[in-house]
Ligand binder design. Structure first.
Ligand code: PGA
Length: 256
């Protein structure tokens, strides 16, 4: 299956730095049919990058959006404004949930808005270390999946990507074990199956994210149920990020 490698630059790289960085990546990353590479720069850099990138080499993603199409929402950017610039939008990243207080309601409206505007939402879910220590991981994941998908129809579920990102693993140099990731992905697939049927549960694309780097890429991508990676820190390093995409390619080659 095609692997999806998503780089989340977070609040790093201004417009000119983004352009230079993409030029560097373009030299390093080969176009591979079986690996889809998505770059999520700052919102400001999206527009210039959409003109710069070869869209067969890189897809673009936004890190956030607002769900209304227009109106008095100072400081926000609507999903409808991203249409044509981005193919993917991260929704409900743990930093949005925990630093900016996004609620399940915000997140489900955003998922719906992204779909309405013909882009792929990447719905991020994951438990905190407290949830895990309390034995609440299953509940938290199920709640976030059910709630995030509440407005998604059965004809739209195939256009959703889910990213499992344990909050304690993000930016922490402390990745989940592949067993923990496999278990969480299985919980998510089971929940999607319950909501939309078995084949939706099997085919929905699920990413792992949290302290991914070139040394753990292979083991995550070889873990059953994981279709790709959501990468923060390591996506800002051209050597690391290109190596990660090469490893993804090697794995897809091995599968065929
Ligand atoms: P990290 O971030 O790779 O730096 O842990 C992942 C993310 O926040 O998506």
């Amino acid at each position: 299956m095609k692997k999806l490698i998503v780089g989340n630059w977070k609040m790093n790289l201004d417009v000119s730095q983004s352009s230079l960085y993409v030029a560097k990546l373009a030299d390093k990353i080969q176009m591979r049919r079986d690996v889809e590479v998505v770059l999520c720069p700052s919102l400001l850099a999206l527009q210039p990058l959409s003109l710069q990138v070869n869209h067969r080499q890189f897809k673009l993603g936004a890190q956030n959006c607002y769900w209304r199409d227009s109106g008095a929402f100072t400081g926000e950017v609507a999903a409808s404004m991203l249409r044509g610039l981005a193919q993917y939008v991260l929704v409900g990243h743990s930093e949005r949930r925990h630093v900016f207080g996004e609620t399940d309601r915000d997140i489900r409206f955003k998922v719906e808005a992204v779909l309405r505007n013909s882009m792929w939402p990447i719905l991020c879910v994951g438990e905190t270390s407290f949830d895990r220590s309390e034995g609440d991981t299953v509940h938290v994941l199920n709640d976030q999946v059910v709630s995030g998908l509440l407005n998604v129809g059965s004809d739209e579920i195939s256009e959703v990507v889910i990213a499992y990102e344990p909050v304690w693993a993000i930016g922490a140099d402390k990745p989940a074990t592949t067993e923990q990731a496999a278990e969480a992905v299985d919980i998510i697939r089971t929940q999607v199956s319950q909501l939309y049927g078995k084949s939706a549960g099997q085919s929905i694309r699920i990413l792992y994210g949290g302290s991914v780097n070139q040394s753990n890429t292979k083991s995550f991508l070889q873990t059953k149920g994981i279709d790709g990676l959501l990468i923060g820190g390591a996506s800002l390093n051209a050597e690391q990020f290109s190596e990660i995409t090469n490893l993804a390619y090697e794995i897809t080659k091995g599968e065929t």
